[in-house]
Design a protein around this ligand. Structure first.
Ligand code: FMN
Length: 307
């Protein structure tokens, strides 16, 4: 029988399978243990962490759209030190990789959080330079290749941990941003974060979200995410974790074909808490049917007919 190896090596971070759950959609894992065995996940990207606790943005901060959701949660989290003390011991009971999603207002803040997490047994750091829901920092770093280079390089010099840089889709040319991250020493790239969007209540004539705009996620953004993964795959040599609108195993396979080495499920977790397991099973079956023996085999294999 054709034995399939679902493990992936993301340039030093070894996952037992290519399924991760996306930051901000899986909390610190506790809410999901009644639905899935966390041991079956390749990795967990924890909710975005900041130096100090953040209460997040005013309500309403989530809105449904026909093909996804808008959120302006604003990085609500208990702060990195609380996470290390109260949440990491729980997560570390499980045989899955824990990835810390870090967020700062300044380069110094990113470095300080990286320093703090580097002293722990966390498996990887994901640098979120793409959050559209904070006033300063976040996406403003992720839009400019020079800033991406500077913040990535600074954090690289502060940590020996595996380093993922998470890119924003709210840019003109994703390729130059990805190349800047690679040049500055990123081990891996994850993309995409949410696309900036808006919804309006026509009776009250006000925006649905209290802050006006928010990040669009879910099925609506999948074509954009796939295109960006494909573009980035063609210009960098470090591995890519693809995400954006993955709702079933077929979506995940599309991401592998476009060039992703692993995938992350976000909004899908909020609709079906068992989705990660279902996607994992489907991927295994699809690879077997197609005669692939590993993710490496299918990665980047999409053909463009007129090329
Ligand atoms: C409610 C919510 C909160 C999020 N919080 C974070 C966060 O803290 N850090 C981060 O890097 N991305 C965050 N994201 C973005 C997701 O990790 C992911 O990149 C994005 O939603 C696209 O994937 P999806 O379409 O599968 O949801 C958040 C997304 C949602 C929907």
């Amino acid at each position: 029988m054709n034995k399939i190896d679902l493990s992936v090596d993301l340039n030093g971070l070894k996952l037992k399978n290519p399924i991760t759950v996306a930051s901000g959609t899986f909390g610190f894992g506790r809410e999901f243990i009644d639905y899935i065995d966390l041991n079956s996940l390749g990795g967990i990207m924890v909710k975005g962490l900041t130096l100090e606790e953040r209460k997040g943005n005013p309500m309403p901060r989530v809105a449904e759209t026909p093909m996804g959701m808008l959120n302006s949660v604003g990085l609500q989290n208990p702060g990195v030190k609380y996470f290390i003390k109260e949440e990491m011991p729980f997560l570390k009971q499980y045989d899955t990789k824990i990835i810390g999603n870090i967020n700062g207002n300044t380069i110094e803040e990113y470095c300080e959080i990286a320093d703090i997490l580097s002293k722990t047994s966390i498996d990887s750091l994901e640098l979120n330079i793409s959050c559209p829901n904070v006033k300063e920092g976040g996406v403003s770093f992720g839009r400019d290749p020079d800033m991406v280079y500077k913040v990535t390089k600074a954090v690289r010099e502060h940590t020996d941990k595996h380093l993922i840089v998470k890119l924003s889709p709210n840019v003109t040319d994703i390729k130059e941003i990805a190349m800047a991250a690679e040049k500055a020493g990123a081990d891996c790239i994850s993309l995409i974060n949410t696309l900036i969007g808006m919804a309006i209540d026509i009776n009250k004539e006000v925006t649905v979200l209290a802050r006006g705009m928010g990040g669009l996620s879910g099925p609506a953004i999948k074509p954009v995410a796939l295109r960006m993964v494909y573009e980035v795959f063609n210009v960098v040599s470090i591995p890519i974790i693809g995400m954006g609108g993955i709702m079933n195993y077929e979506d995940a396979i599309e991401f592998f074909l476009a060039g992703a080495h692993a995938i992350s499920i976000g909004t899908g977790n909020l609709i079906n808490p068992r989705i990660a397991i279902e996607v994992l099973e489907g991927i295994g079956q699809h690879l077997a049917e197609k005669g692939y023996r590993s993710i490496e085999g299918i990665k980047g294999k999409v053909k463009v007919p007129s090329k």
